[in-house]
Design a protein. Structure first.
Length: 355
């Protein structure tokens, strides 16, 4: 989530995000996701695919992903072709992250505020997968889109053909973010064989509810659920010094505090503050920014973060990939150092401890 103070120049924050992606590649991070919103001053990336195209040639090994493309706000034929093009540019280092789009102002501007966004989302991804895997002429009818080249398809001229992706087995990996406690959506992710990514702003006790539902979806279609596909995101800051870790990770000028204040207010005003609660009956007035930071940010030296991650894994269960949530670089040196310590010190020790 490219969440930055609105008074920072956008050209500056975009380059900071790009630098973070390139650094992640150099440090051996396996994947990097970029979010998108069209109507948010604090998250000014309206198209995640455009950002990925900008970063593609500057990276070598890391997979790049939309994190997520809000399907209700894209025409499926356009997104299918654009994502295929990115997949060719990256020679398969691409993943498509998808969601219905949950920012209310985005929904209003695209006219989806009062419709069943999940229904539109499902139709969109069904169109995209069909366009990726089927041959023209296309002639697909839906509630929200009719997609056809039946009248104009000319095979010998290559007309009426939508670009297929580089990855054809059968298509690039698809992932969906999982936010709600006991999410029913993750059951469908399991049925479809997609990758679940549990949100970084969800309390650990609710993260633990995602895997059983994902496994239920896999079992419904006769597929064994593999924990290695599960991605789980957290907000983590690692420093060489305890005081620095506390000040930068949780203090008044902390980018992590800024992040949870912004996100918390959005969810509070949209009636979704329950994501931050540690119990269903917790009073909303108790869900303060201090509470969010204290319960959802891991901040400390290498030793503390290793211990915190191992304890977190004991609570939520086995998962395959830890997603390090990117936050604004109030202090670029500290932001980069945290990523470096995460890659070179924390993860090797965590992986050794869990075998």
């Amino acid at each position: 989530m490219p969440l930055h103070p609105a008074d920072r120049p956008i050209s500056e924050t975009l380059r900071e995000d790009r630098e973070a992606f390139i650094l992640a590649d150099e440090l051996g991070f396996s994947e990097a996701y970029m979010g998108e919103h069209v109507t948010d001053r604090f998250e000014p990336v309206p198209n995640s695919l455009m950002f990925i195209a900008w970063v593609a040639e500057a990276t070598k090994n890391i997979k790049l992903a939309t994190g997520t493309a809000n399907l209700g706000h894209h025409h499926p034929a356009a997104l299918a072709g654009e994502a295929s093009m990115i997949d060719h540019m990256l020679k398969g280092r691409f993943m498509l992250g998808i969601s219905p789009g949950n920012l209310q102002s985005d929904s209003e501007v695209f006219g989806t505020l009062d419709i069943d966004r999940n229904e539109k989302f499902e139709e969109a991804i069904n169109h995209i997968i069909a366009l990726w895997t089927e041959d023209p002429p296309y002639n697909r009818e839906g509630k929200y889109w009719n997609i056809s080249t039946a009248k104009t398809h000319q095979e010998d001229l290559g007309q009426g053909y939508i670009l297929k992706p580089y990855q054809r087995d059968p298509h690039p990996d698809i992932f969906g973010t999982v936010v709600a406690p006991y999410s029913k959506g993750v059951i469908e992710i399991g049925k479809r064989g997609w990758i679940p990514v549990s949100a970084n702003f969800l309390q650990s006790k609710w993260v633990a509810t995602h895997w059983p539902n994902y496994a239920e979806g896999c079992e419904a279609v006769g597929r064994k659920a593999d924990p290695s596909v599960w991605r789980v995101a957290r907000s983590i800051f690692v420093a060489d010094d305890d005081k620095v870790a506390k000040d930068y990770g949780t203090g008044p000028q902390s980018p992590y505090r800024f992040y949870f204040h912004q996100l918390g207010e959005k969810l509070r005003r949209s009636g979704k503050l329950g994501l931050f609660k540690t119990s269903r009956d917790q009073h909303e007035e108790d869900v303060t920014t201090d509470f969010m930071v204290d319960s959802l940010v891991m901040a400390g030296t290498v030793d503390k973060i290793v211990d915190d991650l191992l304890a977190f894994r004991e609570e939520v269960g086995d998962f395959g990939t830890l997603v390090y949530a990117g936050h604004d670089w109030v202090d670029p040196a500290l932001g980069k150092r945290s990523m470096e310590l995460m890659a070179t010190e924390v993860m090797p020790r965590v992986n050794k401890a869990i075998g």
